[in-house]
Design a protein around this ligand. Structure first.
Ligand code: HEC
Ligand code: HEC
Length: 286
């Protein structure tokens, strides 16, 4: 009982039931009284049902008033009341999720890199390890080896073996026929100067890579790595490669590549902090 009375909805329903009872008792007793003391005079209607006749009464004021009230309430209910403003479980759920997310965001807003990595590891173990393995190595080639991903060795890999499956307008990036050394120089240049990750490398290699990049890569990725000017989504934006923004792209698009199919993770609805954490864990020893 105590717990019932803590709930506004139950209290409202009980009050409503009480009001209906009181009204009913009042109306019934009034009419019984009337019937008892009725003098049975007044104008009769024309109808005659086997000798039973009916008085010509106006619609009782009470009925007319409640009829009108119900129409007004109905209109209010349709347009102003419940559907838009009142309590609903879905509304309460949404508010709880919003509050939780706000709390989550402020609580985890300023994590240091170790905390980020640990958080990323926890998400990775649940969401990603079944394909990529707990050691990120891709379980003998079943999924991408993430121990080199996001850094120069993987860029070399992509240059020499190509890449496909993320649905860019340019379609597939075909393997580029250059030497391992040249590919390494391009990768050094991409990671040091194109990518915001700014990973340092040997200066000669970077300089050599810059020329090679202009020759082999600009056609699709543009001189600055951002893709073709004026063409949306032509090829991936290499300025984000090695940062969590690139992981965001992979998680959104998924990848049906040469190795296999990685599903899109939009359904998981990771927030930016979780994506940063995942990225931090993936790159933690690359
Ligand atoms: C013919 C156009 C084209 C050329 C030329 C090209 N790329 Fe790409 N590149 C693409 C496309 C398209 C993708 C996205 C492929 C996919 O869907 O996975 C891509 C993806 C990439 C990726 C990301 C791969 C990943 O793992 O997600 C890197 C890094 C990259 N390119 C670097 C280069 C470099 C460096 C060069 C020059 C040596 C180059 N690309 C030349 C079209 C091109
Ligand atoms: C159902 C198996 C599966 C799951 C689950 C999965 N991946 Fe993948 N992932 C793959 C496969 C397969 C590839 C390689 C695709 C290709 O290039 O052929 C891949 C590739 C990748 C790449 C490299 C993309 C690139 O640019 O080349 C990254 C990064 C990645 N996954 C991260 C993740 C993260 C983070 C998770 C968890 C949130 C995850 N994956 C969950 C199968 C999976």
């Amino acid at each position: 009982m105590q717990s019932l009375l803590n709930d506004n909805i139950t209290i409202l329903a009980l009050l409503g039931a009480l009001a209906i009872l009181v009204l009913t008792a009042f109306i019934v007793s009034t009419y019984f009284n009337k019937i008892k003391h009725s003098k049975a005079d007044g104008v009769l209607t024309e109808e005659d049902w086997d000798g039973i006749k009916e008085f010509k009464n106006d619609l009782p004021i009470g009925w007319a008033a409640s009829f009108l009230c119900i129409i007004i309430w109905g209109l209010w209910y349709m347009f102003i009341g419940y559907p838009l403003n009142a309590y609903s479980q879905i509304g309460e759920y949404n508010r709880e999720v919003d509050n939780y997310n706000k709390h989550f965001e402020s609580k985890w807003a300023s994590l240091d890199s170790t905390e980020l990595t640990t958080m990323g590891e926890n998400i990775f173990l649940v969401q990603c390890s079944q394909c990529h393995g707990v050691d990120k190595s891709g379980i003998d080639g079943k999924a991408a080896n993430l121990n080199i991903w996001g850094r120069a060795p993987e860029v070399v890999n992509v240059i020499l073996n190509g890449s496909k499956g993320m649905n860019y307008m340019a379609g597939e990036m075909v393997p580029i026929e250059i030497s391992q050394d040249e590919a390494k120089s391009i990768a050094d240049f991409v990671m040091a100067e194109i990518s915001k990750a700014k990973i340092p490398a040997n200066a000669d290699s970077i300089a050599k890579g810059k020329d090679l990049y202009a020759t082999y890569c600009t056609a699709c990725h543009g001189l600055d790595g951002k893709g073709l000017e004026g063409v949306e989504d032509f090829a991936p934006d290499l300025t984000t490669y090695g940062t969590y923004e690139f992981l965001q792209v992979v998680l959104t698009r998924g990848k049906s590549g040469a190795i296999g199919k990685m599903p899109s993770f939009t359904y998981a609805d990771f927030n930016a902090i979780q994506e940063e954490a995942l990225n931090s864990f993936i790159l933690s020893n690359n």
